[in-house]
Ligand binder design. Sequence first.
Ligand SMILES: Cc1cc2nc3c(=O)[nH]c(=O)nc-3n(C[C@H](O)[C@H](O)[C@H](O)COP(=O)(O)OP(=O)(O)OC[C@H]3O[C@@H](n4cnc5c(N)ncnc54)[C@H](O)[C@@H]3O)c2cc1C
Ligand code: SF4
Length: 562
Amino acid sequence: MAGAKFWQGTMSDTDLPAREAMEFDVVIVGAGPAGLAAAIRLKQLDPELGVVVVEKGSEVGAHILSGAVVDPIGLDRLLPEWRKDADAPLKTPVTDDRFYWLGPAGGLRLPNILMPPLMSNHGNYVVSLGNVCRWLATKAEALGVEIYPGFAAAEVLYGDQGEVVGVATGDMGIGKNGEHKDSFTRGMDLRAKYTLFAEGARGSLSKQLIAKFELAKDREPQKFGIGLKELWKVAPEKHKPGLVQHSFGWPLDNSTGGGSFLYHLEDGQVVVGFVVHLNYKNPYLSPFDEFQRFKQHPFIRDTFVGGKRISYGARAITEGGWQSVPKLTFPGGALIGCAAGFINVPRIKGSHNAVLSGMQAAEHVNAALKDGRIGDEITDYEDAWRATDIGRDLKRVRNVKPLWSKLGTMIGIACGGLDMWTNTFGFSLFGTLKHGKPDSATLEPAAKFKPIAYPKPDGVVSFDKLSSVFLSNTNHEEDQPVHLVVKDMALQKSSEHDVYAGPSNRYCPAGVYEWVEETSGPRFQINAQNCVHCKTCDIKDPNQNINWTVPEGSGGPNYPNM
Ligand SMILES: Cc1cc2nc3c(=O)[nH]c(=O)nc-3n(C[C@H](O)[C@H](O)[C@H](O)COP(=O)(O)OP(=O)(O)OC[C@H]3O[C@@H](n4cnc5c(N)ncnc54)[C@H](O)[C@@H]3O)c2cc1C
Ligand code: SF4
């Protein structure tokens, strides 16, 4: 089968020049672990396949934000020899695994013996997932995969029968009012026999596909958290490579789900992060400020005193798990990785399942291509996943999140732990619990709450939002249409502002949204250039009135070792 070839694309808009088109066997959207694993597996199975990966970040890894403690089950299957590769950026095995419950002034370490075996991090590695992706990209390119960083897939292309036939990258050089600048260039049609969507949590095209093909029908709503993270270089005497620490409890109250992670990597680096479940009710809650407050805890603060903060970022994480994974396939393509939501919530791990799902989809696509099929539905991938390692991983923990949401942190986690233990032996006392409402529907009117007075940052371990965003190296071409599309501005004022007191200002970890008081009334200001592409606004806006779309390619954060 051939690699890429050019032909003149069809005129999709009569006012615009036609897009050029390139043809591949498989187009993959997103160079995260899922997309890169799929690309590598396809070329391992058939070196002649034409495979392309488009990535909206300026380079592979630029938009990857994760913990990360990685379970190597996926890599062991994809690249069985990886431990012999001196360039593999998995250098720090987990040596010490700790869980804490925190109160305001102290805490309790939970004995490891109480933890269900699936929660053990023994055999896992502390990594920068961005660097793992950079390394996977070199493996993919060595096999002949074409990777185009700096190109955002902006549109799904459909064939005559409604099947997916590829994607189009966004036009470049459009000014903020829609005018074409001198630099205007049309995007490119990337056409394929099959297209795999590996956009990660709340993918912008994946969201459209889930709606168009009703992939979430008969499933529980997808649930999400927002994860905020910092990378630090700490004082040498405080560095304990391989130490992995998780906590729950303070500073969140019992009815707000979430918790922290703190991992010691190599070279004096420590990552600290905080996840807040996006089903919180209080519109005054600010995940960013909860994170800053968390670092002041007596068990945590000392690690960072005398250290230097290197980077900051945020990203949504899927939390719905087993019950919420949508149907994975549709004519001409499939969802892989966190675009489908393969996160194991209590383990805060999804990269292993991202790799495994990329591989599984690749194997089914390759089999279809071998049979001469084009653009039909890869139903075997959908039919098989629940009986694979991904399904087994998610099924055992399926009740942890709903129990936490329904019963609060203390009782919910205890019941979740019990359920994980019974599932270890193959049964559950709870069956399969439902998640209930989507996260956009959980906020309650501001009138029911008092504003939260968060402490001022001390500039030593806690910081303000704007100096934090600076460390994400976020950059967007300023003269371009705002990529955060508010569908109905009047609704934003009458509901988001008047009823919920402007929660976007607090849930956005990058200071993008502000209500500016003017003589004519409050105005919704969108500082789109600060956006770190976490997707929280697309998830949490109470009216689903904000639509995250891709900005011009390369725009967004430039995370170093995140
Ligand atoms: C705070 C946090 C902590 C986590 N901790 C861990 C952990 O310790 N261990 C673990 O295993 N997992 C962890 N995870 C989960 C893990 O990061 C994900 O499971 C994993 O990254 C999913 O891989 P993916 O390839 O599906 O998506 P992603 O890693 O999100 O990659 C998607 C890629 O697609 C690109 N993209 C998206 N849309 C487009 C588009 N339209 N056009 C072009 N490119 C596009 C993005 O820029 C990105 O590079 C954590 C997640 C978070 C948020
Ligand atoms: S604008 Fe939306 S996607 Fe961008 S950083 Fe803020 S919440 Fe995240």
